[in-house]
Design a protein around this ligand. Structure first.
Ligand code: SF4
Length: 452
């Protein structure tokens, strides 16, 4: 280790949706390496330790190094010529970059979608259907005496969710931490999170909706057939006990994960859980919140929502935003072979999308912005290497409870930020659109300018 050491206090880990902002980073400024990440969990430590400045071109076309300006020109030409250009990803970059990506989609009358469509998209639909009784994680820490996790395994996916926010921390009205809380876990199998729970309910796979609906009925004082156990795997006695605990707690919270949103029932499951939280507010204070995965997927939801009115799966082909999951979500636009160009920002769909979608990605010009090399950057026609958000760039991210947090970068990167590249593409796309629509006069120019 060199003598050129810098300490960054209150830095933020952007590896998962907990977005812990109490990191103390020790940075070897000569080696450009983070040698220690105090307060980070095992995932956060790996995130910081594995970060290094890659010896890689900042821009490539078909695998050959080019200047960033040439790559921007090529990207803009592709997007402007496409009939159905799509933008996808966005959950691992800053809000400042996200807003530029939405603006580009708007200008080129394209499609914009985020990784929400393959994780908590059903929750996004459910929010619109039944609303959301919400909170911040600070409130949970200070007030929640009944904490229920449904369809998730935070011990492995969000290791500090228990220790920093919801289970063990002492709060203003929870002076003894875990001793003052009852923790319930609902899942289809035991996981490393199970030992944390005071009560574990093993629901039958695919029967979350039935269990949630039965709990709603009990909350409302309805009679339930004891045979509900045959359907859900949970006895009526256990359900009744849980409902009593829910009605009689001072502050209850339902956290839910993809074990609920991506199994049979999907948005009906999320809607049933949100409705249960709302029902319980007749008796006590009860809230619900999805446990989000990517570091700024919540920011993506917020930015796309405040710019278009919808959280994901938005299409601008008619000149105004339309929302239709299943039609304008990226798995679908690719699998049906509709998209004819793709701008992928900080995401790797080629490694986890269905085969038909990946095969189509191989057939169309793809533009990528990513800090690391991935299967998607490998197939890209135009690939930009960008700085890592949170470690090399400042900006804003949203924690999973919709609290915006300002990033404190550890050291500079030689690569441009996602925001810088997207601003340059937007500027060039704007010029090309004006040139293309020039014949229609000044009115169209004013319209495009108003979209920036
Ligand atoms: S819980 Fe998530 S945000 Fe917090 S340190 Fe671990 S990986 Fe980073």
């Amino acid at each position: 280790m060199s003598d050129n050491i810098r300490t960054v206090k209150n830095a933020t880990c952007t590896f998962c949706g907990c977005v812990c902002d109490d990191m103390e980073l020790t940075v070897d400024m000569d080696e450009k390496k983070i040698t220690k990440a105090k307060n980070a969990c095992i995932l956060g430590r790996a995130w910081f330790a594995e970060h290094s400045i890659e010896n890689h071109p900042a821009a490539m076309i078909d695998g050959k190094e080019v200047s960033v300006n040439i790559a921007i020109e090529e990207a803009a030409q592709i997007l402007i010529k496409a009939k159905f250009p799509i933008t996808y990803g966005l959950s691992d970059t800053t809000c400042e970059a996200q807003r530029q990506a939405v603006a580009i989609s708007d200008i080129i009358h394209g499609n914009v979608d985020t990784t929400t469509s393959v994780c908590h998209g059903p929750s996004g639909l459910a929010f619109q259907g039944v609303g959301e009784s919400t909170m911040t994680l600070g409130e949970v820490k200070n007030r929640a005496d009944l904490v229920i996790y449904w369809g998730g395994n935070p011990a492995e996916s969000h290791p500090r969710h228990f220790t920093r926010y919801a289970v063990t921390p002492k709060g203003m009205y929870i002076p003894n931490g875990k001793k003052d809380r009852t923790v319930v876990l609902v899942d289809v199998r035991k996981t490393p999170s199970t030992p944390v729970a005071d009560i574990f309910l093993q629901v039958k796979p695919g029967k979350d909706f039935e269990l949630l609906w039965a709990l709603r009925a009990l909350v409302k004082g309805r009679n339930i057939d004891p045979n509900i156990e045959v359907i859900t795997g949970i006895s009526l006695e256990t359900m009744t006990d849980l409902v009593n605990k829910m009605k009689n707690c001072r502050y209850g919270v339902l956290f839910f994960g993809m074990g609920l949103t991506m199994t049979r029932g999907r948005h009906f499951n999320s809607g049933a859980l949100l409705a249960l939280a709302t029902d319980l507010n007749e008796f006590t204070h009860f809230v619900a919140k999805p446990v989000r995965g990517h570091g700024n997927v919540t920011g993506a939801d917020n930015v796309v929502s405040w710019q278009t009115g919808y959280p994901f799966g938005v299409n601008f082909s008619r000149g105004y935003p339309r929302f239709n999951p299943g039609e304008f979500t990226t798995v679908d636009t690719l699998s049906r072979g509709e998209a004819d160009a793709a701008l992928i920002v900080a995401s790797d769909p080629a490694s986890n999308f269905p085969r038909a979608a990946i095969e189509h990605l191989h057939k169309i010009p793809v533009i990528t912005l990513d800090a690391k090399q991935t299967e998607t950057t490998q197939l890209a026609h135009v690939a930009f290497t960008t700085a890592t958000y949170g470690i090399n760039t400042g900006g804003t991210v949203y924690r999973m409870d919709d609290v915006p947090i300002t990033l404190r970068p550890a050291f500079e990167s030689p690569f441009p930020t996602d925001e810088e590249i997207l601003i340059a593409i937007k500027k060039r796309v704007h010029e090309l659109v004006l040139a293309k629509r020039g014949a229609t006069g000044a009115r169209s120019e004013a319209k495009v300018a108003s979209q920036l």
